[in-house]
Design a protein around this ligand. Structure first.
Ligand code: BG6
Length: 493
């Protein structure tokens, strides 16, 4: 199948924090791929900005290195890297001071009516000063939009402050809060699966679904981000945003259309229906763990405290939660969430576990009848599996087998799997906010997360240790098994 590319209108993008990790690993490679696909018009401009006093040539040199490192050789045609880096320019800007802003204004001045994207790939503490400077220096034109990365705040109060500061300069319809999980191909497919098929929606409720599991497991540790990570922890880093967003897409009512507010209104209703966890219910419904030394990704690895160099840290690198949703569709259907660093394998998936059949007509020789499961795998090998019972082929009587109807996207569609940032960046230019978080969603998510953080803070129980390279603390297994259920393990097939 051939990918279809619709060119966007000419735009200018300014990346603040242009020499940082996000720019190197994600933004510059994403813009490169979109350019290679012919989606970016020749006169669009990509301007790097950061405190470092580099020249445009220096910045192009850095970008060249990043592209050689982060873009697979088969996706770099002859001359492609050189052609792309020649589009880049650089302006040193002191975002907390006054230097550089007039140069940036001069660089953009000849196109005041063009779509202008300010991408803040910086620490969140810089969002308010950058937005305010963009306003003060008349850079925030009516056609400009701002893109911010998580974390937006560390709690409801701090998120409100950050959102207020952004809102003073950019109205909500020009603020793009990135949650890169929403740009992943299979997350989009979840919407296609639910709303482009008649098959699932009638079953998508507590009459037919027993429970839902969402797992985002990583083998990596904190990888040089310990400074940030130790102030965040898995709940803030992964659950407040990515995992709650996935939960919303599974649980929301069908929106009337894919218009941004139509989808976001439905997600907000889910966030507001999450049953709050209290000091009393916290022990039963949450598990927080921290990895100890072990083996991961093929070699021995140090424990978190050792990597951090602080034996007193109580930051969780693993969290498992049982979440209830108080509405007609989902009452009585628990959503089990788990995520962690240094786990046994890298896998992100959503498992929708259907209820058992009400009565079996088969004799005992048929074997057990497993309930149906729909498994939506986000990574590494994207695809959808629908587990069904069938008759074991051939003679030998009526023996039943649990097998998947397996659609592995990589083998079915022969297209490069675009990174989430490619789609999201082009959506910003197109002005499509459907895959970005609205202010009230971010704040509703914090409203649900805050009491968990408070209860953990008030409860002095030690974190549950787990050995790097395992599936997390045994308490996470107990969390789901207490309810007579188990975490999904791919049986192959
Ligand atoms: C980021 C988190 O948002 O998502 C990281 O801050 C995490 O800690 C990453 O590793 C996971 O993203 P992906 O796309 O690799 O699953």
């Amino acid at each position: 199948m051939v990918a279809r590319v619709i060119a966007v209108e000419p735009f200018d993008i300014v990346v603040f924090g242009a020499t940082g990790d996000l720019s190197a690993r994600k933004l510059i490679p994403a813009l490169f791929h979109r350019d290679e696909a012919g989606q970016i018009p020749p006169d669009a401009r990509i301007i790097g900005a950061s405190r470092r006093r580099l020249t445009t040539e220096d910045f192009r040199g850095l970008a060249r290195e990043w592209l050689l490192k982060h873009v697979a050789p088969e996706n770099r045609r002859d001359g492609a890297v050189e052609r792309f880096v020649s589009r880049l320019s650089y302006v040193p800007v002191d975002v907390q001071g006054d230097s550089g802003w007039s140069e940036l204004r001069a660089a953009l001045a000849d196109q005041p009516d063009r779509v202008r994207v300010f991408y803040l790939a910086t620490g969140p503490e810089l969002f308010p000063p950058i937005c305010s400077a963009l306003g003060r220096h008349s850079l925030a034109t009516p056609q400009s939009r701002v893109v911010v990365e998580k974390p937006i705040g560390k709690s409801l109060d701090s998120a409100t402050e950050v959102n207020d500061a952004i809102g003073k300069v950019f109205p909500e319809d020009r603020v793009y809060r990135i949650d890169h999980y929403l740009g992943k191909e299979t997350v989009q497919n979840l919407m296609a699966l639910r709303f482009a098929n008649a098959l699932f929606e009638p079953l998508w409720n507590n009459a037919h679904i027993d429970h839902v599991q969402i797992t985002v497991a990583e083998t990596l540790g904190v990888e040089g981000r310990a400074g940030y990570y130790d102030t965040a922890g898995a709940l803030r880093d992964m659950v407040q945003n990515h995992m709650l967003q996935l939960l919303c897409l599974v649980a929301m009512e069908p929106p009337t259309s894919l218009a941004a507010d139509s989808v976001r209104d439905e997600k907000l209703k889910v966030l507001k229906s999450l049953v709050p966890l209290s000091l009393e219910s916290i022990a039963e419904n949450t598990v927080r763990g921290q990895y100890r030394a072990g083996a991961s990704a093929g070699g021995p690895v140090r424990g978190y405290l050792d990597e951090l160099g602080d034996p007193s840290s109580r930051t969780e690198t693993f969290v498992a939660l049982k979440v209830d949703i108080a509405n007609w569709r989902w009452a009585g259907v628990p959503f089990y969430l788990r995520t962690g660093k240094r786990l046994s394998s890298r896998v992100s998936e959503i498992v929708v576990a259907f209820r058992p059949i009400p009565h079996s007509v088969f004799g005992s020789t048929a074997g057990p009848i497993a309930p149906n499961r729909l498994v939506i795998r986000l990574q590494p090998d994207e695809g959808v599996k629908l587990w069904l019972m069938i008759k074991d082929p051939g003679p030998g009587g009526m023996r039943l087998q649990h097998v998947p109807l397996d659609m592995s996207f990589a083998s079915v569609f022969n297209v490069r799997n675009a990174d989430a940032y490619e789609r999201l960046l082009m959506d910003v230019v197109r002005g499509n906010q459907t895959l970005f978080m609205r202010r009230d969603e971010v704040e509703a998510a914090w409203q649900w997360i805050d009491p968990i953080l408070d209860a953990w803070g008030a409860n002095h129980e030690p974190l549950k240790p787990y050995t790097a390279g395992t599936w997390g603390p045994s308490a996470a297994i107990a969390l789901i098994e207490r309810n007579g259920r188990t975490w999904y393990e791919d049986e192959g097939g």
